[in-house]
Design a binder for this molecule. Structure first.
Ligand code: SF4
Ligand code: SF4
Length: 709
């Protein structure tokens, strides 16, 4: 007869194949656990706090859904969708890189500040990944699966490493590394990358493309699966928070400085219910015994321990921060000298695994040009765990992964072989990704060395690159070929729009215009919008090839016919028609470039309207520009184009008003300053015109001074 199963919620030491156990006893009433039961272990009562927390997290998701719905419906009249920028801490990267202060940055800053003051409430009560992990853990428990936490010393540092890489390294690169190389008069190696000068902070709270900074659904769904079920199953209830979350990399150390903590009173009987209830793997009863408070930075203030304590001994309160806490007695001090946790592996193995994790992380990140950092962290955690267990299969007689028996009494079971095969497959994917990405990286280093020939030179008929530049370009093209898809003779994957641009440039440098033209056509397919610059490139290639205008027009017509939304291709075709003297055709084609109406991309609208103005379609261009500005009031390019339309329409007062608004946002925009000076001069306001001319002179003076330095 099988032994009766322990009641749910009772934490007992379980046999461990390695011989190590994690002792945690949950006492009954006669042992001090409170309540009736005559010494029987007493079940940990359900946490009421967890219901409140579930309610708050559901509310967070309802608000996220409402945000998306509001964005979607904002464009229902055929206009431009717009909404508050995503309230997601990762958006802070754009604040640090581009100076775009957005809602995500504000929320992250509030989260950091609140953690310093109150502890990690933000993690426990507002994070959608915590909600996902809790949901997965809850569903697993419903199926009788109780994930055991994975305990290591070194992998705990991964979140901090990720946080520094995401948020600190770019700023360090720009503010310290780049000036350091400049001051030393040494050229920075290309592999270190380049930092653009910081443009200054600017509010960026309204966005049109809400999804622009999020991965597509076919990445988001695996992300949710990996960071939810897989990490919870293999690494424990807060596996992603502990080993993969870069925000946790900041929140955890900051929590140690917070005075807001879970504290204990004299009613504690060391029953251990709190530790049994804690899904953050905190040894609550031991910490409150030795410090009088929870000091573990993994505590997310979920209040489950407070809620389940049968003696009402715990509460949230303000006390000395964890960094200042010392063991409360000599006995506590002695106990704290012992290792407080038992780890799942030896330190030397952890060193290897940390190295493997980092290699897997940077290999799998960008796999297929799609895997973002957080998903890469989740995948790398899982691959590392798989490798560790596979190593155990080779070394140990008995191996389990949670409740899956992989090897028993020296015999690898079928599940063990499946495990090995899956691990080999995952390691193979990492290796493939690393190989392909190394080719991309080397190709881009070579590409960077070819840029010195000048952006327009390769379009000049008869251009021949210097031999060294040509060699680099040919080398880069070969690397890109090997990193490309099988259909192009490579072993990698399809190129992104950016890499196709790199390839097109390299092909121009080596004089292979026909291939460059094909690469540009491929960019149209790889990118959603058709960039007006690419249309211009096609025109220039046609000219460099000495092709007849009719032949170039045929190329455009073919591309237009093959695309659902040709956008700026119409613009290029209209320019070509104008150059060929076919003004009627140009007049017919130009407005078609606005194939999404005033919601087309701003660059296409601006360029199309400028073309229409040159062709004399002033009234049409003005009304389209007015509507476009109405839809995107903060877009300075569109506003400048509207000012230009007013100039063409002989409405100087309106032009001055619009230019003034452009200059409020971009006070050093030379095109606007110049046009303003010209318009004011034409309006016979010489003093005001002179003031703008003076501003232009100072900008030129400053930039030539900087150039001389
Ligand atoms: S604080 Fe923890 S160990 Fe102490 S009585 Fe409460 S549940 Fe038991
Ligand atoms: S120590 Fe208590 S409040 Fe902190 S995470 Fe664990 S159960 Fe929640």
């Amino acid at each position: 007869m099988p032994a009766p199963r322990a009641p749910r919620g009772i934490c007992e030491p379980s046999p461990n194949p390695s011989g190590r156990t994690l002792p945690l006893k949950v006492l009954g009433v006669n042992d001090g656990g409170g309540g009736g039961g005559g010494g029987r272990p007493r079940a940990v009562k359900p946490s009421r706090a967890s219901r409140w927390r579930a309610g708050v997290l559901i509310l967070v998701h309802v608000l996220i859904a409402a945000h998306i719905v509001q964005w979607w419906y904002s464009g229902r009249d055929g206009g431009v969708r717009s909404t508050l920028s995503p309230i997601e801490p990762s958006e802070s990267m754009y604040t640090l890189r581009d100076g775009a202060v957005n809602a995500g940055f504000v929320v992250f800053a509030v989260g950091i500040l609140s953690t310093v003051l109150l502890g990690r409430w933000f993690c426990g009560w507002a994070c959608h990944v915590v909600a996902l992990q809790d949901l997965c853990a809850w569903m697993m428990k419903k199926c009788g699966v109780y994930p055991k936490p994975f305990r290591t010393r070194l992998l705990l540092w991964v979140p901090l490493i990720l946080a520094l890489y995401m948020f600190v390294w770019p700023t360090f690169h720009r503010l310290a590394l780049t000036p350091g190389f400049e001051a030393a008069g040494v050229e920075m190696p290309l592999w270190m990358g380049r930092s653009a000068p910081f443009p200054g902070f600017e509010g960026h709270f309204v966005v049109e493309d809400f999804w622009a900074t999020f991965p597509p659904w076919y990445i988001a769904v695996p992300f949710l699966f990996i960071c939810g079920f897989v990490t919870v199953y293999f690494l424990g209830g807060k596996g992603f928070c502990t080993y993969g979350c870069p925000y946790g990399g900041f929140f955890a150390p900051l929590d140690r400085f917070s005075p807001g903590r879970i504290v204990v009173n004299e009613d504690c009987h060391q029953c251990g219910h709190c530790t049994a209830a804690c899904t953050s793997n905190v040894r609550v009863h031991e910490e409150v015994r030795d410090y009088g408070a929870v000091v573990d930075p993994g505590c997310m203030k979920c209040l489950d321990c407070v809620s389940v304590c049968p003696n009402g001994a715990l509460s949230f309160s303000f006390t000395a921060p964890a960094v200042l806490k010392r063991p409360a007695s000599d006995a506590a001090r002695e106990r704290r000298k012992q290792p407080s946790r038992l780890y799942d592996m030896e330190l030397r193995h952890e060193v290897w695994l940390l190295a493997f994790f980092l290699a897997a992380l940077f290999s799998i990140r960008g796999w297929l040009d799609m895997v973002p950092l957080l998903l890469a962290a989740g995948l790398a955690s899982v691959v590392t765990f798989g490798v560790w267990k596979t190593f155990g299969l080779w070394r140990d007689p008995n191996v389990r992964a949670q409740n899956i028996q992989l090897k028993l009494k020296g015999r690898v079971r079928p599940a063990g072989w499946v495990w090995v095969l899956l691990t080999i497959a995952m390691v193979g994917v990492c290796a493939w990704s690393a190989w392909t990405r190394s080719l991309h990286w080397r190709a881009e280093l070579k590409w960077a060395t070819t840029l010195g020939v000048g952006s327009q030179a390769p379009y000049t008929p008869g251009f021949v690159a210097p031999p060294g530049v040509r060699r680099e370009a040919e080398g880069a093209l070969e690397l890109l070929r090997r990193a490309g898809p099988r259909g192009e003779g490579g072993w990698g994957w399809s190129h992104t729009g950016h890499r196709l641009r790199v390839r097109a440039w390299l092909e121009l440098v080596v004089g292979d215009y026909a291939s460059a033209e094909r690469s540009i056509a491929a960019i149209f397919d790889a990118e959603r919008r058709v960039d007006p610059v690419l249309s211009a490139d096609l025109l220039k290639i046609g000219a460099a090839l000495g092709r007849t205008p009719e032949a170039t027009a045929a190329v455009f017509d073919g591309l237009i016919a093959s695309r659902e939304r040709p956008g700026a291709l119409y613009l290029g075709r209209a320019v070509l028609a104008g150059m060929m003297g076919d003004h009627a055709k140009a007049l017919e084609l130009a407005p078609k470039a606005l194939d999404e109406g005033p919601a087309s991309d701003p660059a296409t609208i601006s360029n199309t309207l400028k073309l229409m103005l040159q062709m004399g379609l002033v009234a049409d261009a003005t009304s389209i520009a007015e509507r476009a500005v109405e839809l995107r009031p903060k877009n300075t390019d569109l506003r400048f184009t509207l000012a230009l339309a007013y100039v063409f329409g002989e409405r100087p007062d309106d032009a001055v008003r619009e230019l003034g608004r452009v200059l409020e946002r971009r006070p050093e925009d030379l095109a606007s300053l110049t046009l303003m000076a010209q318009v004011l001069d034409a309006m016979e306001k010489p003093e005001e015109a002179k003031a703008y001319a003076e501003r232009i002179r100072k900008i030129h003076e400053r930039s030539s001074g900087a150039g001389a330095r």
